[in-house]
Design a protein around this ligand. Structure first.
Ligand code: ADP
Length: 280
């Protein structure tokens, strides 16, 4: 992938798209808007879609908000945005002379998502990669986030154009990788991990979602997708921060837009790890 230094090298990576071996992966980082003061940015990523990345993002945001921090969620999953629905937000984003104003959930979490800008919520976003990537960048610098302790980025799944833009243009403090305990997903998780490493972004740890299901009658745990991601976390040298079961009450809360009211402790440990960023 990497090339030798371009013969016409100006020494300024920020205005060049060559992928030379000497390129600093963070040289394309963009500043956020002048009205924003964002202390920590945490990316939530996954190797593939459908493993519960958005649910994990939402739960971590709610937990940090419950701890008293000022929290926002940038929904960078442009082609599969689910954050507004999770929080029951049906309004459209407003704009004033300072920029685009994020929506606010009932408990004060700030949200920006493409679904707040579309006329019809069910219109597909049929855009090419660079246009989608441009929207993500706009969410980073044109949205008036104000003062935030934590901005969570619900990254697009995979390792394509748009996740690359997120990693290159937004100064992430760290990422959390969400996976499910299937061999296939675990394989793809390594790609996500390697991508973060290539971009010099710390991987805080892994959240294993859909780890098991508890029988409502006998309370026994069934590991329907197989046994655990400990092996892969160990292999990659990162902590397994949490194991979250398939919990139908969570899915219902998402569907009813009432996710802020969840009452479970699955990701408490992960939230405590994220809180440590405040003391770094
Ligand atoms: P992704 O962001 O990885 O595509 P989502 O977070 O949107 O995945 O989750 C996909 C679907 O699975 C959603 O309908 C969500 O409500 C549901 N879901 C995710 N995790 C769980 C869980 N632990 N228990 C029950 N339903 C879940």
């Amino acid at each position: 992938m990497s090339e030798e230094k371009n013969s016409g090298c100006s020494g300024n990576c920020s205005s060049c798209s060559s992928s030379c071996s000497s390129r600093d992966p963070k040289s394309l980082i963009e500043p956020t808007g002048e009205y924003n003061n964002i202390k920590h940015v945490v990316g939530v990523m996954s190797g593939k879609g459908g493993v519960g990345k958005s649910m994990t993002t939402s739960m971590l945001a709610v937990l940090m908000n419950r701890m008293g921090y000022k929290v926002g969620i940038l929904d960078a999953d442009i082609t599969g945005p689910s954050i507004p629905k999770t929080f029951g937000i049906n309004s459209r984003a407003m704009q004033n002379e300072l920029g685009i104003l994020p929506a606010e959930t009932k408990t004060g979490i700030k949200i920006m998502s493409i679904n707040l800008l579309l006329q019809e919520k069910d219109s597909p976003v049929v855009w090419r990669g660079p246009v989608i990537a441009g929207a993500v960048k706009q969410f980073w610098h044109d949205v008036v986030w104000g003062d935030l302790d934590f901005l969570f980025i619900d990254c697009p799944p995979g390792t394509g154009d748009v996740p690359l833009t997120v990693f290159q243009s937004i100064p992430l403090d760290c990422t959390v990788i969400v996976t499910s305990p299937q061999d296939l997903v675990s394989l793809i998780v390594k790609k996500a991990y390697n991508m973060a490493k290539m971009m010099n972004i710390e991987v805080l740890g892994m959240v294993e979602n859909m780890s098991y299901v508890v029988c409502p009658d006998c309370k026994k745990e069934f590991h329907i997708f197989g046994q655990g991601s400990e092996g892969i976390a160990e292999e990659l040298g990162i902590p397994l921060l949490a194991k979250m079961p398939i919990d139908t009450s969570l899915a219902q809360m998402v569907d009813n837009g009432a996710f802020e009211h969840f009452d479970c402790t699955y990701l408490d440990n992960a939230a405590k790890e994220i809180e440590k960023l405040m003391h770094k």
